[in-house]
Design a protein around this ligand. Structure first.
Ligand SMILES: *Cc1c(COP(=O)(O)O)cnc(C)c1O
Length: 722
């Protein structure tokens, strides 16, 4: 319910700042951000880069001054022209596939990471969904996103003096978000209803515009609902199974009904992870209500459904007890003309403790277009779900892989962008998936690349100091916590970043296995090393919280000299500063548990080198000359043996390869051999590990076949049933 200032409050000449603020297109346009920043740089920082908040609070006198400034107006006119082209001009998709004009791809996800001002994501899954919508906008894919509006979003992380993670839930700042409540033809807010455990739960629909792509978000905080139901969409990843199943019914069933209420008839349904798989049941119900026999309804649903699985850990797949299904669905199966037992068979997965209703099993059985998110993850996934295809060999299990990528406009530092603009050519953003384009990175002079890298390192350190200062002033934390948050960092020392969710399998502790060796490494007076950590543990994950605590204890130990630090509250803003400002991006997952990972891709794009276990995307990206591989390309039976081997490899690489290379500076003060590796990293990784390549793969391998199927089906005219 964005309360943007009324038209008259902004000078006429700048009236369209409201349009820009209302569309999250600016989140991947550094020049559009600059347009807001220039109005009032101090306020821009204070409102944490939120244009709606900026326009609400800015003094009129500053707007008037901007409206008088020829330099400002020139930027304004240029950005608005670009904006209009980006949201209304002809698109790559329209030019390439005119026969599919008018199709819609519905993209369901339980999280969307679009910008730090909108905390509707917990980690990589959400950031991937956000990056996908942005890329869909750039390419002009006819997509709409469907998700939930979380009134408290994901939590804000605080670390206490003794290293314990505290989770604070803040109310979503509705007034300062460009959310529009969707209304029907009668001007009343559009609502959908879902029957959950025999009671009707209502949800309203909000729209958030991401360039060309609308994102529709369902919200149950309505006075008509029971108080407990109002809270259904309060938090991301509720631990309580009853609330969780209700949430997923709102997302899946309510999501389909919302699209119908909006008059949208998708030709393709993409389920990003299993949380939204109840949408399959609702679509079956629609077809059956139209009179189709079950098998035909199922065939139709399968042909038009795309499913992406992200979880190589069996326990990470959403599943519910049959008792809970019976209670929550309360007779819904009759509308599918099934008995309760037959209904459960649709998603049945037997566990040692009995049968369960498994969301991944449901999605795999009712989608013909299925993928994992890296080559190795594809292999693990085919093995994990081979029992669903008992007649096939494991290699023949019909789940392919499409390796994740990152949205370049979102993650690339402004200065790096300018460098690419100069050396890759003015149209480089149009061709980011062309390997030939990136060959030109080799032509960037070392001095220029090094100057940008040093600038980004200084920016990171300044950012951390400012955060520490605010924390010191506002919260009166003990001085040791200020040291731990990075005030003693040296902007020019070799800096290693490690930021990700704190789950045990990510093994943040690996680096700390031998504290003495680590101490020698960071304290070398000639070649100091500093390490920046960040990441949240799931609030219910006690072992992960204890891991943070143990690491924090070492961080506070004066013998490390304040060179190992922890930034609280990892979010997309912190991620941006880190992936742009460190020298080395460290990743130590217990292989093969990192499905893909994307933060190392963001780092590579910005000239940061990867030092990582050969898991997920890095197993495909590493070529021997573009970074470092920890351990070998192999699996282990014994996790302790794996830890021992990987820790040894990590320390050796740091001591003998990474540190010497960084400090191998020639007489001109520039580490040319380091920069050669940086260029090789950009050249070999950037063209592949981006969302342009990724979304084109989704289009060709998944969406187009589904669109063809939908076209064949809808050749027979029919009416949708609500
Ligand atoms: C990119 C990103 C992630 C995902 O990165 P991984 O490599 O999977 O850890 C998680 N959280 C935030 C805030 C990110 O920006």
């Amino acid at each position: 319910m964005s309360a943007l200032p009324k038209e008259g409050m902004i000078p006429k000449r700048l009236a369209r700042l409201r349009d820009l603020a209302s569309n999250l297109w600016w989140t991947w346009q550094p020049d559009a951000q600059r347009l807001f920043q220039r109005l009032d740089p101090v306020l821009w920082e204070e409102v944490r880069h939120n244009p709606v908040a900026l326009l609400r609070r800015i003094e009129r006198i500053r707007l008037n001054a901007a409206a008088q400034s020829p330099v400002y107006l020139e930027l304004y006119d240029r950005i608005l022209a670009e904006f209009d082209r980006a949201v209304a001009g002809e698109t790559w998709f329209e030019r390439s596939f005119p026969e599919h004009a008018g199709t819609t791809i519905a993209y369901f996800s339980t999280e969307f990471g679009i910008h730090e001002a909108f905390p509707a994501y917990a980690g990589g899954l959400g950031v991937l969904a956000g990056d996908s919508l942005k890329e869909a906008s750039d390419l002009g894919l006819p997509m709409v996103g469907i998700g939930l509006l979380y009134q408290h979003g994901y939590f804000t992380q605080r670390i206490t003096e003794d290293g314990w993670q505290e989770a604070l839930y803040e109310d979503l700042d509705l007034e300062n978000l460009p959310l529009a409540r969707v209304t029907g033809p009668d001007g009343q807010p559009l609502q959908v209803e879902v029957s959950i455990a025999g009671r009707l739960v209502r949800a309203q629909i909000w729209r958030l515009q991401i360039g060309r792509i609308p994102l529709y978000l369902l919200d149950t905080a309505l006075p008509e609902n029971l108080p407990t139901d109002r809270e259904l969409s309060a938090r991301l990843y509720d631990g309580d199974p009853e609330r969780r199943i209700a949430q997923e019914m709102i997302l899946g069933i309510g999501g389909v009904r919302a699209l119908r209420a909006l008059g949208i008839r998708p030709g393709v349904w993409h389920l990003n992870e299993g949380h939204s798989a109840f949408s399959i049941l609702e679509r079956l119900r629609e077809h059956i209500a139209e009179g189709l026999p079950f098998e035909e309804a199922a065939a139709w649903v399968r042909e038009t459904t795309v499913f992406t699985t992200h979880t190589p850990v069996p326990a990470g797949h959403d599943r519910f007890s049959l008792t809970l299904i019976e209670k929550a669905f309360a007779g819904y199966w009759e509308q599918l003309k099934l008995s309760f037992e037959e209904f459960c068979e649709l998603a049945r997965q037997d566990e040692p403790w009995g049968p369960t209703f498994n969301m991944t099993a449901l999605a795999l059985r009712f989608s013909n277009h299925r993928n994992a998110v890296s080559e190795l993850h594809g292999r693990v996934t085919r093995r994990m779900w081979a029992h669903l295809w008992p007649d096939r060999a494991v290699e023949e299990v019909p789940i392919r892989h499409i390796t994740n990528g990152v949205h370049i406009g979102t993650w690339l530092a402004r200065r790096m962008r300018a460098l690419y603009q100069r050396y890759l050519g003015p149209d480089w953003m149009e061709r980011v998936d062309d390997p030939a384009l990136w060959e030109r990175v080799l032509e960037i002079p070392d001095e220029e690349l090094w100057a940008v890298r040093r600038h980004l390192k200084r920016k990171l350190v300044a950012f951390m100091r400012e955060r520490a200062r605010r924390r010191w002033q506002r919260n009166h934390v003990p001085p040791i916590q200020i040291v731990a948050s990075g005030v003693l960092l040296d902007p020019y020392a070799l800096t290693i970043g490690f930021a990700r969710r704190f789950a045990l399998y990510k093994r943040a502790y690996l680096l700390f296995r031998d504290p003495d060796r680590l101490r020698r490494l960071v304290n070398d007076p000639h070649r100091p090393v500093q390490i920046i950590l960040a990441g949240k543990a799931h609030p219910a994950d006690e072992p992960a919280k204890r891991m943070i605590q143990e690491i924090y204890r070492l961080i506070k130990d004066p013998s490390f000299g304040g060179r190992i630090v922890f930034i609280e509250d990892y979010d997309m803003e912190v991620a941006r500063y880190l992936v742009q400002g460190v020298d080395v991006w460290l990743n130590t997952p217990r292989r093969p548990l990192e499905a893909s990972g994307t933060s190392g891709q963001k780092a590579a794009l910005n000239g940061v080198l990867n030092l990582s276990v050969l898991d997920g995307w890095w197993r495909e990206g590493y070529n021997g000359a573009n970074g470092w591989a920890i351990g070998e390309d192999r699996d282990y039976e014994d996790p302790e043996a794996q830890d021992v081997a990987d820790a040894a490899s990590l320390y050796e690489l740091l001591e003998n390869a990474v540190v010497p290379l960084y400090y191998d500076v020639e007489t001109d003060g520039i580490p040319h051999r380091w920069l050669r590796m940086v260029k090789e990293s950009i050249r070999s990784l950037a063209p592949f590990f981006n969302t342009r390549r990724m979304m084109k793969e989704y289009l060709h391998e998944m969406y187009l076949p589904a669109m063809e199927a939908a076209r064949r089906r809808t050749a027979i005219p029919r009416e949708p049933v609500l």
